[in-house]
Ligand binder design. Structure first.
Ligand code: PMP
Length: 407
């Protein structure tokens, strides 16, 4: 098997050679879900065809193999984000589920009347809605760090907004709408200086950059498999052991217990006390394999290639008259949101699809950010390591078609 490098990685993704409406597919919707390489598909298929069985309970060989593979995946993900111990990695159904875990368990234990939770204007709904639900339930308040017109977080405002009632800072690592990379290490340092724990939403970070949770210093880090070349329906919550140990389970059932009687339930140790019921075994194996795939190519190569694509796409798109790029933070990730004259993004997306170009249009689950920027929707092209300059040319040509139709 030929070793994958950044130059030949495209060959690992069978879907990229298909046609859409008779045109070659230009897949530029990677911030929604990236595609799966055959290595991940093979791991997934191998599990289903050779050792599909329930984990943790069986003495039979298939169950042991499934358990080993799932725990190896946990270890792969531990090392991927440099957590200290694999018990700090909790499998969830995605980043959304990971943040809800923090809300339901840590939040319900620690948030009371008059407390404050500090998040930013550029959060994804999954790092807003759980906290809004909890604040409404507890008579606590949600405070919001402002962002500039270019999509940069106001760090001075952030610092001044931390009060003696602030109980948690929740911050997105990389904005799915703007590509802004937030200085999460610095943010954590500031918050910890005032005794406030930090949750980082890393759904958009792990496919693009080396994440080191110890270096960031955060208390929680959430991410999803399907945004890092893995399957859907799987994600992880990293939690610092000291935090997780203090947190109560929030879903009861099998696997999360040591013993059960009608009088008393004793809960299992980490990480299992947060993993009630049969987990997404194949998903975990796939996500672990996806992390290995990323490591085999290397973040330096991935980052360099994606930044090349970002620079090319930025310059080509900027040359289109009437096109405005939304989000201009220096050092941003390979995501370009834009508006084009008065053409509605939904119409743009529909025409691009007919030209084989897959992008996302709408508010990208960041309605408060859209409102702050005075927009209802944008068109978003998001690039992964396997994209090409030709695909960006295809996007640009399709946008010229849009303009021919609407001008
Ligand atoms: N946070 C961000 C920044 C995201 O982009 C997404 C996915 N769009 C999520 C959280 C939620 O991830 P999932 O839907 O996989 O739970």
């Amino acid at each position: 098997d030929q070793h994958t490098t950044i130059q030949n990685c495209r060959e690992d993704f069978p879907v990229l050679s298909r046609k859409v409406h008779g045109k070659p597919l230009a897949y530029l919707d990677n911030a929604a879900s990236s595609q799966m390489p055959r290595q991940v598909q093979d791991a997934y298929r191998d599990y289903h065809s050779r050792y599909h069985a329930n984990v943790h309970r069986g003495v039979h060989l298939l169950s042991q193999e499934a358990t080993d593979a799932m725990e190896q995946a946990r270890e792969s993900l531990r090392s991927h984000i440099n957590a200290r111990e694999s018990k700090e990695i909790i499998f969830t159904s995605g980043a959304t589920d990971a943040m809800n875990l923090v809300m339901q368990s840590w939040g319900r234990k620690n948030i009371g009347e008059g407390d404050e939770i500090l998040i930013s204007t550029m959060e994804h709904h999954s790092n807003i809605v759980p906290w809004k639900m909890l604040c409404d339930d507890r008579n606590a308040s949600l405070k919001v760090i402002p962002v500039s017109d270019d999509g940069i977080l106001d760090l001075d405002a952030f610092e001044s907004m931390i009060s003696d009632r602030t109980r948690l800072v929740g911050i997105v690592h990389v904005s799915n709408t703007l590509g802004t990379v937030n200085p999460v290490e610095k943010i954590t340092k500031i918050a910890h200086g005032k005794g406030v724990p930090v949750l980082v939403d890393g759904a958009q970070a792990v496919s693009h950059m080396q994440v080191d949770v110890q270096k960031i210093g955060c208390d929680f880090y959430a991410t999803s498999g399907h945004k890092m070349y893995g399957p859907t329906g799987i994600g992880i919550l990293y939690g610092r052991k000291e935090m997780l140990e203090e947190m109560p389970p929030y879903r009861g059932g099998g696997d999360m217990i040591l013993s059960v009687s009608f009088d008393e339930v004793l809960f299992n140790d980490l990480p299992y006390k947060f993993e009630a019921g049969t987990p997404n075994i194949s998903g975990a194996i796939g996500m672990g394999r996806a992390a290995e795939y990323i490591r085999s190519i290397g973040y330096d190569a991935i980052y360099q290639r994606e930044q090349e694509l970002l620079a090319y796409a930025t310059s080509e798109l900027s040359a289109i008259e009437g096109l405005n790029i939304i989000g201009k933070a220096p050092g941003k990730s390979s995501v370009i949101s834009f508006v084009l004259d008065s053409v509605h993004p939904h119409d743009i997306g529909t025409i691009l699809d007919l030209e084989g170009v897959a992008v996302r249009t709408g508010h990208h689950c960041t309605q408060p950010l859209m409102e702050r920027l005075g927009l209802v929707a944008t068109t978003r092209a998001s690039m992964a390591m396997y994209n090409t300059e030709e695909e960006i040319d295809q996007l640009v040509a399709a946008l010229h078609k849009v303009l021919e139709i609407f001008r």
